[in-house]
Design a binder for this molecule. Structure first.
Ligand code: ZN
Length: 256
């Protein structure tokens, strides 16, 4: 099993290797590969294709709203009782946002993490105070071993550097190996991650009454985020907000 400490050592070594590669290669757009002036960024065209989720948006589902108003929410926010306090998403999961997540998740590329963290900081900095614990959605140790890093932890680590929050990847663990959520419908996603997460017993005192911001790369039906929030609240967290980079399935209802 790869411990959180070992995972951090690997992450830093890989970040160092990437920095060395950057010094040798000209900077390129993180999405399309076009040469650009600044490393870890997008070209002008990909920037303009990135769809930021700006107000008005639902504070519960993070989905854009047609009209602004204090009490306005999307219909599924009324149908469910999400365990999180607020959910905020930076962009829609399409175009360059999809490329960035795929590169980070499946193509063994670390460099999108810093860019994604900048987007999360822009979208969710109001949620984070110096007391906030920044907790990434964990991978199961077997998947962590295969992928060698947790993409959500990489994003959370960069976000903690940009914000005043405290990076704590050790507070939540995935103790059940679940199949990937991709390709499952809403109900199956919820079943797949039910009771998959927990807080290690000796870590529970750290969480007692604390504010947590849960970090993930993509949110589709909210099943994974909800399972994580429930585990954090059960262990004693005072309040959990969810901050995700990209919102997928904009017409898909929550299944939490
Ligand atoms: Zn580009």
């Amino acid at each position: 099993m790869l411990s959180a400490g070992m995972s951090q050592v690997f992450s830093r070594a890989r970040a160092f290797a990437a920095a060395c590669a950057d010094a040798l290669l000209p900077p390129a757009c993180l999405s399309c590969g076009t040469p650009i002036a600044r490393a870890h960024d997008l070209c002008a065209r990909c920037w303009s294709d990135l769809r930021f989720i700006e107000p008005p948006f639902c504070p519960i589902t993070g989905r854009p709203l047609a009209y602004e108003g204090e009490e306005l929410k999307t219909p599924d926010a009324f149908l469910h009782d999400p365990p999180w306090n607020t959910l905020r998403a930076a962009v829609a999961y399409e175009g360059p946002a999809r490329d960035l997540v795929r590169r980070l998740k499946f193509h063994d590329r670390h460099d999108p993490a810093a860019f994604i963290a900048r987007c999360l900081h822009r979208a969710g900095q109001a949620l984070i105070t110096p007391e906030t614990l920044i907790v990434p959605v964990p991978l199961h140790p077997w998947r962590l071993l295969r992928r060698r890093y947790n993409q959500s932890a990489e994003i959370a680590r960069h976000l903690a550097r940009l914000s005043s929050g405290i990076y704590r990847p050790d507070l939540l663990r995935r103790h059940r190996h679940t199949r990937p959520q991709t390709g499952l419908d809403g109900k199956a996603r919820r079943r797949n991650v039910r009771r998959a997460f927990s807080v290690p017993e000796k870590k529970a005192p750290v969480l007692l009454g604390r504010h947590v911001v849960l970090i993930d790369d993509v949110l589709t039906t909210g099943a994974t985020a909800a399972a994580c929030c429930r585990a954090l609240l059960k262990a004693g967290a005072g309040r959990v907000d969810v901050l995700v980079f990209a919102l997928a399935g904009r017409s898909e209802p929550l299944h939490i």
